[in-house]
Ligand binder design. Structure first.
Ligand SMILES: [Zn+2]
Length: 165
């Protein structure tokens, strides 16, 4: 399991929510990160029921709710694949229903913090470390630690049929 492989604390189906009469149970809560995460089979259309539920939840709790799509691969299989095919990403739906672009797990090269960031938006980092050079955060999405976690999660999924998180 990906979060296990990274020692990221998580709670599976921690809490359900009553969204104006619709019961909703997000898949994961990450207490250290304060992330709510739902695993989806595919990209959500803005008018879909699933999107509306996540949007209602975000509005109700007053914070972003992430959904994740794809298998447990590094975002791109290699640097040269950039722009070709996304293997795995997270998208936060904001309170009010707007959605942000693709996010990935990022490992801070200075403090080792793990968090979800949007490509090219260092402001999304949890830590306050200042990075030098260009702001290409994607290069820290396939650190050896993260690559190993993706690999272990894929193996576990293959062996036990676990979910792709
Ligand atoms: Zn840091």
């Amino acid at each position: 399991m990906f979060f296990d492989a990274l020692n990221i604390p998580y709670e599976y189906e921690k809490e359900g929510f009553d969204l104006d009469g619709v019961w909703y149970l997000p898949d994961f809560y990450l207490p250290l990160h304060d992330y709510w995460i739902d695993v989806k089979a595919e990209e959500l259309l803005p008018n879909s029921d699933d999107y509306k539920k996540l949007s209602s939840l975000a509005t109700q709790i007053g914070k972003d709710v992430y959904y994740t799509v794809g298998s447990v691969w590094t975002p791109y299989e290699s640097e040269s694949d950039f722009g070709k095919e996304l293997k795995n990403y997270y998208r936060p739906i904001h309170p009010g229903g707007n959605i942000a672009s693709h996010h990935w797990w990022y490992e801070c090269p200075k403090c080792g913090d793990l968090c979800l960031v949007c490509f090219g938006k260092p402001g999304d980092k949890k830590c306050d470390c200042i990075l030098t050079g260009d702001d290409n955060l994607l290069q820290f999405s396939d650190t050896p630690h993260l690559v190993e976690a993706y690999k272990r999660a894929r193996q576990a999924r293959f062996e036990y049929g676990e979910s792709p998180s």
